[in-house]
Design a protein around this ligand. Structure first.
Ligand SMILES: [Zn+2]
Length: 132
């Protein structure tokens, strides 16, 4: 199946710039389940920037009026895969952060601050999956 997650999207670049501003240094596209967009190896934090349409954002993830069944199924497949990837990462000891595209676009610095707090907090346990 064709991959939905494209690389170096504008929201992803926006997030990377914001992370840089708060002093976080990261790796890109770690070789981990789901290919996270941004990875903090030492902190064991994996970050995904989820497109509102493809990942079914409750605010902006409306299904198109044509081919509704097709799109609903397609987005359902994506969100199921997201949950499976989250589970795999947590079982490997990672903390997962999923950031909505709209959060990055609206408040990139706030998103970066929240990520910074998590990255700089001690690892108590893997997970939970956080949604920003
Ligand atoms: Zn959204």
């Amino acid at each position: 199946m064709a991959r939905v997650r494209t690389r170096h999207t504008e929201p992803e670049m926006q997030l990377r710039r914001a992370l840089w501003r708060v002093g976080l240094r990261y790796r890109l596209h770690g070789a981990l389940p789901g290919c996270p967009d941004v990875v903090f190896n030492r902190a064991r934090v994996a970050v995904f920037v989820d497109g509102c349409f493809w990942h079914g954002c409750p605010q902006h993830g409306g299904v198109p009026r044509t081919n509704t069944v097709f799109w609903r199924r397609k987005i359902g497949v994506n969100t199921n895969r997201d949950r499976r990837v989250d589970g795999e990462l947590v079982s490997l000891g990672w903390r997962v952060i999923r950031v909505w595209e709209h959060s990055v676009e609206n408040t990139p610095d706030r998103v970066a601050d929240r990520i910074a707090r998590i990255v700089r907090s001690p690892i108590v346990a893997p997970g939970p999956v956080r949604r920003i």
